[in-house]
Design a protein around this ligand. Structure first.
Ligand SMILES: NC(=O)c1ccc[n+]([C@@H]2O[C@H](COP(=O)([O-])OP(=O)(O)OC[C@H]3O[C@@H](n4cnc5c(N)ncnc54)[C@H](O)[C@@H]3O)[C@@H](O)[C@H]2O)c1
Length: 294
């Protein structure tokens, strides 16, 4: 909690100056998918520090429970609802339990759960393709659709959807045709939500696209992290150590800030977009990349 606490303290000071004495997200209820670790877990902590009630959703039940317990133990409010975003029944349950936790209200969804399953085009299988599109496009769509009754409301309270994308989606990336298509496609969902639910209901919808953020997705593949597909296949996560080392050795020359970002920095950007400071920003893709690809 130490680095996120200090950043949360600074953000709270800003919130106080701007007349949000109880936090930027006071009284709001947020579902954050994939918040058992990495960027999602940091987002859950920062949101809770800003007064939100946070629903911690992750396929890894133990990690989701730990995150929720840590938030509740630090004076925040969180509920873990574990499950697989590739399971439609789970998505319905997630919305139901979030609405119960929020006394009938849900204000924010962060569609963050995901992983990469890389392959060059001529070797990518149908299963690799279908799984990544299902996880990064179909699942966020189903979650937003299931939560529609809680967003298509007129109660003068803020509502916001944030979909997580990647520089791979904005610019393409060799070896990631499935992920690049999915992360490009999610921007279409973002913009459609902005156009359908902005006019009458005031719902904001934005995409946050990350570059190189330090999580297990960008750690050395040799560390052995993996996810398991619904039919039990193990998918190795990370990038080959040699590839990561050569980027570091070259001083991250493709990134103007010359370093990767931390999960806390990534989460701060999500908080910024969710906050009232972004109340007139909708339908946009915000790149959080240290300047990469400009
Ligand atoms: N790390 C980066 O450099 C980077 C860059 C661009 C985009 N992203 C995106 O950011 C998001 C978060 O990634 P991260 O780096 O924090 O990774 P991470 O692996 O640390 O966290 C992702 C979480 O999602 C969960 N998850 C995966 N599949 C799931 C499923 N089917 N149902 C429910 N939960 C599931 C995992 O259990 C994990 O806890 C992802 O959408 C990723 O594509 C990350």
């Amino acid at each position: 909690m130490s680095s996120s606490s200090s950043s949360a303290e600074r953000l709270s000071q800003i919130a106080g100056h701007l007349n949000f004495p109880n936090g930027l997200l006071q009284g709001q209820v947020a579902i954050i998918t994939g918040s058992g670790q990495g960027i999602g877990a940091e987002t859950a902590r920062l949101f809770a520090n800003e007064g939100a009630k946070v629903v911690v959703s992750d396929i890894d039940a133990k990690k989701a429970k730990d995150v929720a317990e840590s938030i509740n133990g630090n004076g925040g409010r969180a509920l873990d609802v574990p499950g697989d975003m590739l399971d439609s029944n789970y998505i319905d349950e997630l919305v139901k339990r979030a609405a119960e936790f929020g006394n009938g209200k849900i204000h924010i969804i962060v569609n963050n759960a995901g992983y990469t399953w890389d392959g060059v085009i001529h070797k990518t299988t149908d299963k690799q393709w279908d799984t990544i599109i299902a996880l990064h496009n179909t699942a966020p769509f189903k979650l937003v659709r299931a939560a529609a009754p809680f967003f298509r409301v007129k109660d003068n309270e803020p509502r916001c959807i944030i979909n997580i994308s990647s520089t791979s989606g904005l610019h393409g990336n060799a070896g990631q045709s499935n992920y690049a298509v999915a992360k490009a496609g999610i921007q279409g969902l973002t913009k459609t939500i902005a156009k359908e639910w902005g006019p009458v209901f005031g719902v904001r919808s934005n995409t946050v696209a990350f570059g190189h953020i330090l999580t297990r997705l960008t750690a050395a593949k040799e560390e052995g992290a993996f996810v398991t597909t619904p039919d039990g296949e193990k998918v190795a996560l990370g990038i080959p150590k040699a590839q990561g080392d050569s980027k570091a050795k070259a001083g991250f020359e493709d990134i103007p800030l010359r370093r990767p970002g931390s999960a806390t920095e990534a989460a701060r950007a999500i908080l910024a977009v969710a906050s009232p400071l972004f109340s007139y920003v909708s339908g946009q893709t915000i790149s959080v990349t240290g300047g990469r690809n400009i």
